[in-house]
Design a binder for this molecule. Sequence first.
Ligand code: R5P
Length: 293
Amino acid sequence: MLMLVFPDYQPQAERLAARLAMPTANVHLHHFPDGESLVRLPSSLPEHVLICRSLNQPNNKLIELLFCARTARELGAKRLTLIAPYLSYMRQDIANQPGEAVSQRIMGQMLAELFDDVITVDPHLHRITSLDQAIPISNAISLTAADDIAEFLKQKLDHALLLGPDGESEQWVSAIANKIGFDFAVASKIRRGDTQVEMRLPDFDFSHQPVVIIDDMASTGRTLSKATDLLLAAGAKKIDAVITHPLFCGDAEAHILQSGIKNIWSTDSISHPTACIYLDKLLAKAVREILPV
Ligand code: R5P
């Protein structure tokens, strides 16, 4: 077995490989002036190859993943496992307007054709309940970072109220809160556009409470900053946040910091300065479970 590592996910992949006592090799990338990518792998490969790369900022990464997977097969890999803790294009599961590409289905089909196993963490699924409905293979494995986040919070804080900023976050915030015996509440949110978010806090006394906002991802940061504004206006004592996937696009960080949030902690699903909750233990357990006994 061999783990192939893309440079943007190298530290995380090395931690995972160390846990699994598995050798690694780098995927060498060259970007030509016209934007094309050259992908180079070791010249021969074992039967089972794991490919590690999170798929944030996905468009270039996906074509490189396609080249990598097809080349790995040509070089001898019989079984290919993708470890992509952040999986993009999972949100668009219907055509909201006639003519729109249903990206989840197309992406899922492509990954199913390339890989024997796909392992990811807390994918953002709307209307489907299991990952294999999006990626039609038997080993489409969706893990959750809830236990690792709960453990982290328990060590960091004596108590806090956990707030999910929208209905979709209830699954994560409730799992984390129940695990460590913290209270939780869920706000309601309407997104009017990429950077326009309306939110209403639940009926709850936030005054003098330390609050931790829990969300699966921060993209433009508008959800976090809106929740922080409302919580501070409601008298909350201190606002922190835990994010599973720290996408932080464009001016997101500046925007969030302006809002008065104290700490942002995230998992290392994506390389980012806030990443301090490591997923290698969770991922290693999942890899061990799919290996032949
Ligand atoms: C939405 O349903 C997600 O759970 C996140 O709340 C959302 O993607 C965050 O996006 P943004 O940072 O752009 O507000």
